[in-house]
Design a protein around this ligand. Sequence first.
Ligand code: FAD
Ligand code: AMP
Length: 462
Amino acid sequence: MAQQHDLIIIGAGPGGYVAAIRAAQLGLNVACVEEAPALGGTCLRVGCIPSKALLESSELYAQARHELAAHGIVVENVRLDLPAMMRRKDQVVTMLTKGVAALLRKNNVTHYAGHGRLAGAHRVVVTGSQGETELQAEHILIATGSRSADLPGVVVDGDRIGTSTEALAFSSVPEHLVVIGAGYIGLEMAAVWSRLGAKVTVLEYLDRILPGMDSELAAEAQKLFAKSGIEFRLSSRVTAARVEGEGCVVECAGAEPIRCSRVLLAVGRVPNTEGLGLESVGIQTDAKGCIPVNEHFATSAPGVYAIGDVIGGAMLAHKAEEEGIACVEHLVTGYGHVNYDAIPAVVYTMPEIASVGKTEDQLKEAGTPYRKGVFPFRGNGRARALGHVDGFVKMLAHAETDRILGVHIIGPRAGDLIAEAAAAIEFGASSEDVARTSHAHPTLAEAMKEAALAVDQRAIHV
Ligand code: FAD
Ligand code: AMP
C-alpha cells in the first residue's frame, strides 16, 4: 500500500524544505524525500553556510594579522588552528541542519530518508536503508538541486583535485592552490585560502571575472583581489589537470603548465536529474540538463512541478526559496509569482560584492535610456570608522521615469546593503524616493542615499 500525501517534495534544500513548510502552513499533507544524511541541501551542508563560516573565520584571522594594529590593538603570535576553525564550521552546519529537521517536525511534514524516484503519474518510490517505500500524491515537486560541473581533462580525485566540497574541508593550508573558474564560488574559496596563507592562482577562460555581474563592479573586484595577493590569469582555458607525484599539474591552452599543491574545480553547476525517473512521466531535460517549467513551475507532466537549481537560472538559495513558495502558493491559492528583477546576488569576499536588477551592460544592450549615480565609500563616515573605504555604490535609474532598474555595490557589508535596493525595486521606487528617505548617520546605508542623489548630480559628500 502506498503512503498517501497531498504533496511529495523530492529534495530538502532551501527550495524543497521551505516549500514543504509553506505547503504545510497552507493545510497540505506534505512528504519530503531527502537522500543525504542531513537536511538543508547543498546550501546548508556544503554551500552557503560552511563557506560563510570559513569566510568569517579567515577574515578575522587576516584582520588579526594585518588590520588590528591600525586600531591600536597589538596582538602577538597570531596562529592558525585550522582543525578548530573546521570544527566550528561543522558545528554551525550541524546546528542549522538539525534546525531544519525540527522545523519539518513542527510543521508535520513527513520526512522520508532515501533516494526519491518518479514511478509514473502521482507516484514516487523512495529507496532507503529499509528498502523501498511507495508514496502517492496529487502533486509532486522536484527540488533536487545541482552538483559541481565536470571539465573534460580534469580528473577530480576528491583529494588534491576537488570541488568546493573538498575546498571547504582541506586538512591543511595548501602551499599553492589553483582555482579553475572565477565565478563566485571559486572567488570565495580563493579568498578563504589566500587569507589563511596559501598562494592562490585563479584561471578563468573569459577575459573578466564574475561573468554575469556588472562589468564595472567585476573590474574593481579584480583589482582589489589582486591587491590582496590573489593572482589572476584571465583568457586561460584549462584543458587538463592531474595529480603528479606529490603535487598537481594544470594545463592551459597556449601556456606553460602550472605546478601546484591542490586544484579547485569551480566551473559552474549542473542540475541533479540522474536516476530521478523523469522518463516515467515523459519529462525531457533541456540542452543544459535543466527541467523546463512554465511561469507556475509546472513541468510538461500533469501534477509534476520543479523549482530551484534543477530548473536553472541564477543558482542561489533565496531564488530557490522564492520559487518554492510561489509554486505551492499557486497550487493552493491560485496566486504565486517570483519577480526575478528583484533577486539579489552576493559574493561574500572582502570587500563584498552585491547586485540586484539590471546591470549597466544589460541596459546598454537593450538600448534602455538610464541615468547613473555612483558614490564611493571613501566619502562615507562609517566606512572611514570601519577602516574599509574601498568600493562604491552604483545606482541605475530609468532616464525618463527615474524608476530604479539596478543597484550594484562593492564595499563593506554590500550583502546587507543590497536588501534596501531589492525592496526599492520590488516597490517600484524611483531614485528620488531613496534620495528623499532619511538614512541614519553614520551608517554605510548612507552610501545608498548618496548614490541615489548622484543619479541627479546632487550627492553631498563627493
Ligand atoms: P539543493 O540545495 O542542491 O538541494 C537539493 C537536495 O536534494 C539535496 O539535499 C540533495 O541531496 C537532494 N536530492 C537530489 N536528488 C535527490 C533524489 N533523487 N532523492 C532524494 N533527494 C535528492 N547560494 C546563495 O544564495 N548564497 C550563497 O552564499 C551560496 N554559496 C554557495 C557556496 C557553495 C560552495 C555552493 C556549492 C553553493 C552556494 N550557493 C549559494 C548556491 C546554493 O547552495 C544553491 O543555489 C541552493 O542550495 C539551491 O537550492 P535547491 O533547493 O534548489 O537545491
Ligand atoms: P560560474 O558558472 O559562475 O560558477 O563560473 C564558472 C566560471 O568558470 C566561468 O567564469 C567560466 O568562464 C569558467 N570556466 C569554464 N570553463 C573553463 C575552463 N576550461 N578554464 C577556465 N575557466 C573556465
